[in-house]
Design a protein around this ligand. Structure first.
Ligand code: U5P
Length: 207
């Protein structure tokens, strides 16, 4: 299942994010804000349970989050910005990291770092990577998580290519995908068109 977060605030901020004249500082702020707004949508189905609260006026029942705890899994390095933003909204979430780089020749992901919360099988997991291009990185990260017992996984990407969506849907049919936009296609170098360029480089100013 794919959810596109069409909220006007998200779409407006995404347009600013795409602009090549948007500098590092604004890019980071916008990416964080978009991730926060997307998290609002991606967590819509969290379970609630009533608890008793004493207000200054009276005692009554009110909803609080219940059920499974959350884990945010950042795909390094661009996913970090999303994890940092979302953990502010959900401070009880644990954060894991999966380090992948894309081989420039084969465009296939190479895994170089994995550090995950131990109780990953009991958590609702949000895999975070701002760009879903070929889908290779996301699929690799999802398989790594599933091999360690992960059951409930959502993939959150700010921008996706149709190729990446199809690849994840095929390889991981149980994984829900939440994006802010689906662009036209991938170019020969695996970049999303029209896209926003290399998310990691734009966040960290490395190009
Ligand atoms: N990536 C970008 N911009 C693009 C396409 C890919 O930054 O237009 C980077 C992202 O950092 C992401 C990875 O981590 O490549 C996703 O590639 P893929 O494995 O989905 O092809």
């Amino acid at each position: 299942m794919v959810t596109v977060v069409t909220h006007p605030l998200v779409q407006h901020k995404l347009t600013l994010l795409r602009d090549e004249n948007t500098g590092v500082k604004d890019f980071r702020e916008l990416a964080s804000e978009i991730a926060t707004l997307m998290a609002y949508e991606a967590t819509r189905d969290l379970e609630l349970q009533d608890v008793t609260v004493q207000t200054p006026i009276t005692s009554a029942e009110f909803p609080m989050l219940s059920g499974k705890k959350l884990a945010l899994i950042a795909i390094l390095r661009a996913g970090l910005i999303m994890a940092d933003a979302i953990v502010k909204l959900i401070p009880a979430a644990k954060v894991g990291h999966i380090g992948l780089y894309r081989d420039p020749e084969t465009l296939k992901p190479v895994e170089y770092y994995v550090k995950l919360p131990q109780d990953i099988s009991e958590r609702r997991i949000f895999v975070l990577d701002p760009m879903l291009a070929t889908g290779g990185s996301a699929i690799d990260a999802i398989r790594t998580l599933q091999a360690r017992g992960a059951q409930s996984i959502k993939l959150m990407s700010i921008l996706a290519a149709p190729e990446g969506i199809r690849a994840v849907e095929e390889a991981c049919p149980d994984v829900e995908i939440v994006v802010a936009a689906i662009d036209s296609h991938l170019n020969d170098h695996g970049y999303i068109v029209p896209g926003l360029g290399d998310a990691g480089d734009r966040i960290y100013g490395t190009k």
